[in-house]
Design a protein around this ligand. Structure first.
Ligand code: MTE
Length: 315
């Protein structure tokens, strides 16, 4: 039960127990002989793919050759506190959540401000598959085949004004549909932001699907941000508002625990979280931890944006 003050709860408490349970599963599977060497990425939790395939998804070179986490891992082990703080809560509590009808409000320093229906919002763009690594600040990681559209294309079409230096993304705040909103683990609604050059980086996408299907509720239906060189918490789910602003947005995690979470949140094995190391990570389905890479391994494409910045201060 969540009876402590919010800043005491996030990540530190919730994770170890669920990781412990998964370790137990691992040992049970190993003991029963079910764990052959080649099947370490065993599916757990959620079921098989059932939804209709998204049409005309173009394959891309992003992440080709990476070993994917299973559909069950990607849709069964989630952080989405609006649907509960346990890793299996989002899949259970979002199973009837639908991303239609859905309106995205665009406002702030932008020419094409207004309310946009999700379908007309994404219609102009060709859907792409991008295989990205996701590194959670808690120390686990996955490899996920997203279906999405480049955020830069969306921003260009919205035509920000010259004064727009940051983009802020806000999640739906509807406690009738999202039971976790009744629990004050964070200050709701969930808000995240990017500097304009980060948002325009070719790696940043708005995802509308995963594994070739429309996003399930637990992964942020109908549309969510994916910024793979940053810790997963930057990737706002179920977006209802995109705001262009001249000042750095106050993101939810930074507001809740400013000593622990910053605005940039770039994956960085050399900057520890105040309560745990960030040097290594556990890829879901693997037992041995692996070293975490600077910028989650995407440094070639993003490091220059932070040239000259002290990444210990700007964490
Ligand atoms: N977005 C909202 N609105 N609420 C959340 O709790 N959790 C974040 C991010 N986006 C979160 C969110 C965190 S901590 C992670 S690691 C990723 O979503 C997880 O994305 P996934 O469940 O699709 O793997």
């Amino acid at each position: 039960m969540l009876i402590r003050k919010p800043t005491d709860i996030p990540f530190s408490e919730v994770t170890p127990q669920s990781l412990y349970l998964r370790r137990r599963e691992f040992f049970q599977a190993a003991a029963s002989g079910a764990l052959a060497a080649a099947t370490v990425l065993a599916p757990r939790g959620a079921g098989a793919q059932t939804g209709p395939k998204l049409p005309n998804v173009r394959k891309t070179p992003y992440g080709q050759g990476e070993r994917l986490n299973s559909y069950a891992d990607v849709t069964g082990y989630n952080n989405f506190y609006e649907f509960g703080t346990g890793k299996e809560d989002p899949a259970a509590n979002a199973k009837d959540f639908t991303g239609r009808p859905w309106t995205i409000k665009v406002d702030g320093r932008v020419k094409n401000a207004g309310d946009h229906d999700i379908d007309s919002f994404i219609k102009p763009y060709a859907l792409e598959e991008r295989i990205y690594r996701l590194r959670c600040v808690e120390g686990w990681s996955m490899v996920i085949p997203w279906v999405g559209i480049p955020l830069a294309d969306v921003i260009n079409r919205l035509e920000p004004e010259p004064g727009a230096r940051f983009v802020e993304f806000t999640t739906l705040n509807d406690a009738r549909r999202m039971p976790g909103l009744n629990v004050p683990v964070l200050r709701w609604p969930y808000v995240e932001g990017l500097r304009m050059d980060e948002a325009m980086n070719p790696l940043s996408i708005l995802a509308v699907g995963v594994y070739g299907e429309a996003l399930p509720g637990q992964n942020g239906a109908p549309i969510r941000l994916v910024v793979p060189w940053k810790y997963g918490f930057k990737s706002t789910k179920s977006i209802v508002r995109i705001r262009f602003t001249d000042s750095e947005p106050r993101n939810s995690w930074q507001v809740s625990a400013p000593r622990e979470y910053g605005f940039y949140a770039n994956v960085n094995p050399e900057v520890d979280h105040p309560r745990w190391s960030q040097a290594t990570e556990r890829r879901l389905g693997e037992f041995r931890r692996r070293p975490t890479e600077m910028f989650n391994g995407y440094g070639d494409q993003v490091a220059r944006m932070y040239a000259g910045m002290d990444l210990r201060k700007n964490f």
